[in-house]
Design a protein around this ligand. Sequence first.
Ligand SMILES: Nc1ncnc2c1ncn2[C@@H]1O[C@H](COP(=O)(O)OP(=O)(O)OP(=O)(O)O)[C@@H](O)[C@H]1O
Length: 247
Amino acid sequence: MELRGLHKRFGQKVAVEDLSLRVPAGSFYGLVGPNGAGKTTTLSMATGLLAPDAGQALVHGVDVWRDPVTAKAMLGNLADGVKLFDRLTGEQLVTYNGLLFGIPHDEIGRRTTDLLALMDMTDAAGTMVVDYSAGMTKKIALACALVHAPRLLVLDEPFESVDPVSAANIQDILTSYVAGGGTVIVSSHSMDLVQRMCDHVAVVAAGRLLVAGRVDDVRAGQSLQDRFVELVGGRRHTEGPEWLRRS
Ligand SMILES: Nc1ncnc2c1ncn2[C@@H]1O[C@H](COP(=O)(O)OP(=O)(O)OP(=O)(O)O)[C@@H](O)[C@H]1O
């Protein structure tokens, strides 16, 4: 995936400013940044969910905004805060997503069964998504993103609210997906996870790209956590207000 000069403004607020990034095919790419840095806005523009004010997003050379049907066929997207059709059961929702991509019905059935098992969701297959917990909702959305076997996965905070066992299983799935030639872009607040899982990382703050490259080059001998704090600043080393320490 290549992002060229992406720009987005909400009223007076510049959420993303002239952001360019090249994600090599076959890489496991982390996108990190403080709250409000512009990660979700960037990924939404990159995946065809939010129109950029300027710039381009290309998936394997196809412009996401000029040729969305071709680009989206190659793209699996787990977006943050997008409403699902939650009156469907988990099984129906994954099936529906498979149908949207024109996969034959028998094949969708097989893939849905596999994905529900991978997500440890087989027992909840017949439950409506509206009745799922936050973590279960995240996992079924991830299953929907995978059902058409995309070449590129864009995952906004995929591990948020997900239990540790499911998170480890999802990490294994993503690692073998990359080993098989797929590309993953994942936004996360967990530096530890990004350092362990990703081979590349980009750090954004206040809508701008601060640094991008191989994880080992970016962290330059430090932990990614320490390097991140050094890059974005804002660490206060404070004991908090006096009234709170006395309570
Ligand atoms: N629809 C919107 N309308 C107005 N402002 C918005 C909108 N979406 C995002 N913003 C603003 O754009 C900036 C970037 O937000 P964004 O959600 O992309 O950040 P983020 O890096 O994903 O944050 P977090 O880590 O907290 O999820 C923030 O200042 C946010 O308030």
